[in-house]
Design a protein around this ligand. Structure first.
Ligand code: G1P
Length: 277
């Protein structure tokens, strides 16, 4: 039902400088795979095969990653190293990739609006690949797609965070509608601890209905002078319904050094056990 996944990937990754000076932050590897590839694999698991990537200047490595490298392929053909390209080859054979550039950094809402020509008039998923999710069973997008099939409205993934952390996130208030599902009635982008309506923080997984684009077109700059998806979703929830889903699994903030190192430890264990390729 959801066929496209949008990856806003134009940000500078300043928290990782100097590593991200010439390399997109989405290409930082957790063990042997770049962050964006984990996001693409999560989308594929949810049955989504059309990837729409909003890039920016200095992000060409993303396009090269999702393309054939003839020189490399011919160099390792028939050697024991060929197996290392198995997963990425499968991705290239199964998915389509389209790209557009966000020319000015005007916020996440603006980045999503830049993706409109790639997405068109249909519901779509959004993955912020710095948020790496680890799930024992279904991936977060698969879990959200199931909820979308039932309710057919925009959905944000949330998790409970410490009250001292709320100012890093979009925070929601809502009433319980189903197991781990809330109807959102308020949402604030990066509130101070005393203004936060709860400790349910939005993480980088969304399913959005396409009317969000019309709303984003007139959404005024909010927190930090940027066009915020949180503000557009608040308008959408006032006009109709937006759900928040407390997902099953663990999420690592790989845009921060601490989260990146934690994810590396956890995924390295999987790698040693042969659970990763
Ligand atoms: C963005 C969103 C925020 C959300 C967060 C999740 O913020 O604006 O609402 O909680 O992603 O990672 P950013 O981390 O890009 O500042």
């Amino acid at each position: 039902m959801i066929k496209k996944c949008l990856f806003p990937a134009a940000g500078y990754g300043t928290r990782f400088l100097p590593a991200t000076k010439a390399m997109p932050k989405e290409m930082l590897p957790i063990v042997n795979k770049p962050l964006i590839q984990y996001g693409v694999e999560e989308a594929m698991e949810a049955g989504i095969y059309n990837m729409a990537i909003v890039t920016g200047r200095g992000k060409r490595a993303l396009e090269d990653h999702f393309d054939i490298s003839y020189e490399l392929e011919s160099q390792i053909k028939g050697t024991s190293k060929e197996k290392y390209l198995k997963d990425i080859r499968h991705i290239l054979e199964t998915c389509s990739f389209s790209y557009t550039r966000q020319m000015e950094m005007k916020g996440l809402g603006h980045a999503i609006l830049c993706g409109e020509p790639l997405v068109g008039n249909e519901p779509f998923a959004v993955v912020l690949s710095d948020d790496l999710c680890d799930n024992a069973e279904l991936g977060v997008l698969s879990q959200m797609c199931k909820i979308y099939e039932k309710y057919r409205c925009s959905i944000v993934a949330v998790e409970e965070v410490d009250m001292d952390e709320v100012s890093k996130y979009g925070v929601i208030a809502g009433r319980v509608m189903d197991e781990n599902v809330f109807v959102v009635d308020n949402m604030i982008e990066k509130p101070s601890k005393d203004k936060a309506p709860s400790n349910l923080a939005i993480i980088g997984r969304y399913i959005l209905t396409p009317d969000i684009f019309e709303i984003l077109r007139h959404t005024q700059p909010g927190k930090n002078g940027e066009i915020q998806i949180t503000d557009a979703l608040l308008e959408q929830c006032k006009k109709g319904m937006v759900l928040a889903y407390k997902f099953k699994g663990v999420r690592y903030d790989c845009g921060s050094v601490d989260g990146f190192v934690q994810a590396t430890d956890v995924f390295y264990e999987k790698f040693l056990k042969g659970e990763m390729h």
